[in-house]
Design a protein around this ligand. Structure first.
Ligand SMILES: Cc1cc2nc3c(=O)[nH]c(=O)nc-3n(C[C@H](O)[C@H](O)[C@H](O)COP(=O)(O)OP(=O)(O)OC[C@H]3O[C@@H](n4cnc5c(N)ncnc54)[C@H](O)[C@@H]3O)c2cc1C
Ligand SMILES: NC(=O)c1ccc[n+]([C@@H]2O[C@H](COP(=O)([O-])OP(=O)(O)OC[C@H]3O[C@@H](n4cnc5c(N)ncnc54)[C@H](OP(=O)(O)O)[C@@H]3O)[C@@H](O)[C@H]2O)c1
Length: 717
């Protein structure tokens, strides 16, 4: 991770610095203005190029006329004169000196004439004397050059503002995260003081904690997919507004113009230049926020899903910017004439630019939530392929204009991330894991694999698992690390429709519902939530969301044996009593810890009687009554758990037989813990997690004397 921090830090600034951008000096405008003005009416050389200064650097009359113009226009400003001399010398690639310019000026003072004083003047025949320039033409040349160069300089500075904006967002989040970690007591007491201020509490209730709209954050919001939290939405809104404003303001259209005959040609070019340069910067940010091994994640403590939320917003803005660039340049080219369109459309830069634009537009469609949900794997590999086309296309396109440095940065970030991922996989190696079904009814299985001692599994850690010994070896899926015996890693997995379902099917097909599978683990990722300094920790877990919360509970239980640790209420909501089988040993182990109070909600206690584990429990109990025939079933729901074979081991666990009203539960717990510092953690099904977020926002807004923080472990993207 340290290596990734250093390398990521080094990549971006060096890529930007290497690009060598600087604001165009005024001397270049003066040079351009003078070149245009001196050549507007006369010819100095038989061959002259509108953009290059070859004639001015070599022809003594052109040089003298140029020096005369430059010195006259900078008569009252030594700085501008110096800048003019510097720019002119640069345009001549150092083939003239300051003394040459001064000498040429002195010569001009003696010999310069007006066009009208030249006998038998013919514009096509090179003149033999220095000629006075036309000031109006000078202004046109100056302003034409200024409007285009200033637009590019502005675009660069706007790009830096966008980079700084994200720098500010990450640095502020990082400072909050680091201060929480480094000075937790100070953090909590500062929070307590701030909590007395109504505005602060309301800010938390309505801005920093809740979901953006209708309480949906981890649960899908129709076709829009996953909505950011309200704070994330505000950050994205500011960023998008800044980007739109940067695309729209500070254009200076100059007429008449030395380069463009029509208004459309000029507008197309200026808008095209601006949006192209902004798109370059936005693509760097897009890659930066796509990385799994990013310094940003380590510094801010954000979840991967937060990074990806920003990645999506930035990427969409980058694609919009690319489209603006493409359309504007097309308008510009069409306005220059059909011939120009035909010749340009055959160039490499045009074709590779088109490849990048088309690939980016396809990404915009294929990365929609419905497509990711439909098949994550097809989405992922198509996404990578299209991203390769965007990167290659944009790189080759911009290399024509010496702007490809931005894409070095994108490629460097991407390669670095992939390299670290490979290194992590290599470090873990290919190992044989033991997989077994925990509940066929709920589709839950576990995978246990031995690990190195140095591979640290911490509470909240997540790892990507490659099931090499299956036809799906090329996929990797994220799973939370569950409590396990020393030297082992354990994942408890709820089968969905894809890879996890296929592994479950394989397990179910084997006689003892187990299998040995070669796996590779890439990790650990994630952040340890800094919860140990709170007075209380409320954990709300649902179904297969329990592994992370259990790790935290065990960790705090162990901590309490030797030092101060929060009191933990661990709520686990499951459908059937049989679901307790998955974690009965871990639940049993919690009995050792006096600061842990496990409370299990069973939401469908009656249907539990139909499950295999339940049936087993009845027969183990030597009961003559089968589960279906028990007349006491309806009368006593608690029998469901007391009849479990391991019910005595779970005497410390409180059972409740209903679906919890999380809002009410949180309100009651907060009332009990009034005046204390409370951390709330959730990892459950998305709708339950969203309910908890909403309830915590209300609690944070209304409890003056308590400090309430929210840690959401569930991640969706
Ligand atoms: C940080 C994190 C930790 C997780 N921990 C656990 C855990 O401990 N136990 C558990 O049962 N589940 C966990 N999940 C969910 C688990 O990763 C998915 O259920 C699994 O990847 C689905 O694989 P599949 O091919 O069967 O999915 P599919 O049936 O193809 O898809 C089901 C859902 O999972 C999403 N999904 C599929 N592949 C991925 C992927 N590679 N990355 C992200 N999302 C994906 C899809 O978008 C879809 O919404 C975790 C998810 C995340 C993001
Ligand atoms: N770090 C991570 O991101 C991470 C880690 C582990 C797991 N996961 C994922 O997390 C999800 C866990 O969900 P699951 O499918 O295992 O759970 P589930 O089976 O859908 O639900 C578990 C229990 O929660 C109850 N419940 C659901 N919504 C509720 C609400 N709003 N209020 C109160 N109770 C509610 C259900 O009650 P009913 O019976 O009434 O429906 C059920 O008893 C899985 O998708 C898993 O892949 C993610």
């Amino acid at each position: 991770m340290k290596l990734s921090i250093v390398l990521t830090l080094a990549t971006l600034p060096s890529a930007l610095a290497a690009s060598g951008y600087h604001r165009t000096p005024v001397g270049e405008y003066i040079s351009s203005g003078c070149k245009y003005a001196t050549e507007a009416k006369v010819t100095f050389c038989k061959k002259s190029n509108a953009k290059r200064f070859d004639c001015q650097c070599t022809n003594e009359n052109a040089l003298a006329s140029m020096a005369y113009c430059g010195y006259q226009e900078t008569e009252h400003s030594p700085d501008k004169r110096h800048s003019f001399e510097k720019s002119f010398i640069k345009s001549c690639k150092g083939n003239i000196t300051h003394d040459d310019i001064e000498a040429a000026y002195n010569r001009a003072l003696k010999k310069i004439v007006s066009v009208k004083d030249i006998p038998n003047f013919n514009k096509t025949v090179p003149v033999k004397v220095p000629v006075k320039y036309d000031h109006t033409a000078y202004v046109t040349g100056y302003r034409s050059r200024e409007s285009r160069s200033r637009n590019k300089d502005d675009a660069l500075e706007m790009s830096f503002v966008l980079l700084c904006f994200w720098g500010l967002v990450t640095v502020s989040s990082g400072l909050v995260h680091v201060s929480r970690r480094m000075a937790p007591t100070l953090w909590l007491s500062a929070n307590r003081s701030l909590n007395n201020i109504t505005l602060f509490r309301k800010l938390r209730q309505y801005v920093t904690i809740p979901a953006t709209h209708r309480g949906k954050h981890t649960e899908k919001y129709g076709y829009l997919g996953f909505l950011p939290t309200r704070l994330e939405s505000i950050i994205i809104f500011i960023f998008v507004t800044l980007s739109v404003v940067f695309h729209a303001v500070r254009y200076e259209f100059v007429f008449p113009n030395t380069s463009y005959k029509t208004r459309h040609a000029q507008m197309g070019r200026l808008v095209g230049d601006r949006s192209g340069m902004l798109a370059n910067c936005l693509f760097v940010l897009t890659w930066l926020f796509a990385s799994r091994n990013s310094i940003i994640l380590a510094f801010t403590g954000w979840k991967q899903s937060t990074m990806l939320t920003y990645h999506k917003a930035i990427a969409r803005t980058a694609i919009a910017s690319t489209l603006v660039h493409t359309i504007a340049m097309l308008v510009h080219t069409l306005d220059l004439g059909k011939d120009r369109y035909t010749s340009r459309s055959k160039t490499g830069w045009w074709r590779w630019g088109s490849v990048a634009t088309v690939a980016a537009c396809v990404i915009l469609i294929q990365a929609q939530a419905w497509f990711r949900m439909y098949s994550y794997e097809i989405f992922l590999y198509l996404h990578i392929l299209l991203a390769v086309f965007v990167l290659a296309g944009a790189w080759i396109h911009t290399a024509w204009f010496d702007d490809e440095q931005w894409y070095f940065a994108c490629a460097a970030l991407w390669c670095l991330d992939r390299f670290i991922r490979l290194a992590r996989m290599g470090y873990f190696g290919f190992r044989t894991a033991h997989a077994r079904v925990l509940s066929a009814e709920s589709g839950i299985f576990e995978v246990v694999v031995p690990k190195h001692k140095a591979w640290i599994a911490f509470p909240g850690a997540v790892a990507y698992v490659y099931f090499l010994g299956t036809p799906l070896f090329w996929q990797s899926h994220p799973f939370t690390i569950a409590p396990a015996e020393d030297g082992k890693l354990r994942f408890v997995i709820k089968a969905k429709r894809g890879a996890t379902a296929s592994i479950l099917r394989r397990l179910l097909a084997s006689p003892d519902q187990t299998a040995s599978i070669r796996i590779c683990v890439e990790g650990p990722y994630g952040n340890y939530a800094p919860i140990k300094n709170y007075d209380h920790l409320l954990i709300y877990a649902g179904g297969s969301g329990i592994p992370g919360p259990l790790c935290y509970a065990k960790h705090l239980g162990e901590l309490a044996l030797s030092s101060r640790a929060p009191f933990v209420k661990l709520y686990w909501v499951v459908r059937h009593a049989a679901d307790l089988d998955w974690y009965k040993d871990d639940l049993t182990a919690l009995a050792r810890y006096s600061n842990i109070q496990p409370i299990v909600y069973i939401t469908r206690p009656e249907s539990a009687l139909a499950t295999k584990a339940e049936a087993d429990s009845f027969s183990d109990d030597d009961s003559n009554e089968g589960p279906a025939s028990s007349p006491q079933k309806e009368n006593s729901l608690s029998e469901i758990t007391t009849r479990l074979p391991y019910s005595k081991q779970l005497a410390h666990v409180q059972f409740r037989y209903s679906r919890p009203d999380t809002a009410q539960l949180i309100a009651e717990d907060m009332a009990d813990f009034a005046g204390a510092s409370v951390a709330v953690m959730s990892c459950a099904s998305p709708n339950m997690v969203d309910d908890i977020r909403a309830a915590v926002a209300v609690a944070a807004g209304s409890h003056k004397s308590s400090t309430i923080d929210y840690y959401e472990e569930l991640q969706v993207w």
